[in-house]
Design a protein around this ligand. Sequence first.
Ligand code: CUA
Length: 337
Amino acid sequence: MQGWIPLVPESASTFSWKVDALYFYLSGVTLFFALLISAVLIFFVIRYRRRTPYEIPRPVAGSHKLETLWTIIPFIIAMTMFGWGARIYFEQYKPPENAIEVYVVGKQWMWKLQHATGQREINELHVPVGRKVKLIMTTEDVIHDFFVPAFRTKADVIPGRYTTIWFEATKPGRYHLFCAEYCGMNHSGMTGSVIVMEQREFDDWLSGNTGSTTPATAGQQLYQTLGCASCHGATGEGGRGPTLAGVFGTTQDLQSGQKVAVDEAYIRESITNPQAKLVLGFGPIMPTFQGQVSEDQLVQLVAYIKSLNTGGATAPTTAASPSPTVRPGASPTRNIR
Ligand code: CUA
């Protein structure tokens, strides 16, 4: 569908054609009405022009039928745009379960990335083709925006918050990564590449880049250093805070009577602003760690708490371990989103 159309960026993800199709629809509708209105305008100008200087036009009364029609038709068209756009939006912002996770931290003026297996990158992201990749993104300073045109993937990264998006690359190659939010003097230089590799090459790349500890392991060390375990140990020691093992992905009852889904954002908030959403049965005794831990360290703590679901920091997470059985087209879960 793309390629032969100029002005459309290269497409290399499963979202590309969906986003393009919506854009073609929007452009098509716009073009159709622009031409229709211009044609009718020109026709009326000629047809109903003033022919004599003393001409008085026939009076025109309103038409309910016509007004109803030109209200309902545009309404239906606008709703198709809304419905279609919303569908793609929700698909892009709801990452699938079985995705490889990459942590992204924006900073004036670079992208810092870390794989769940520990490899760190700056302004480069290596991913395997045909696998779902989930990005958990935040920033150390101002708002940036992670934009890969070839994937039609674009999302703001916001201070104090996690933005999560995902993509699945369909074609090996090197694709531009941009910052798409003006973030200061060197904003235009805040670029990089996403390198999509065959699974085997990616495995080689991963194994050739070890040496760094995984975010989960670093988080575990930090958890000890900060003394978190004295109040809530991973398996319930301490007892002054909720048990953390197995908590990720669950829904917790809060002191306020509300419920909260335990995701990356909630864990982050519970570290920087512990009083915000207290779990039912626990008092407001935890001090804030705002300013004591960097964004990188917050990411590590989050990764550690997530790793407790799969048996601790040393156990490889199933999504992150390169599995030779999960290949494009071969995976039974590939089409379930
Ligand atoms: Cu970062 Cu613009």
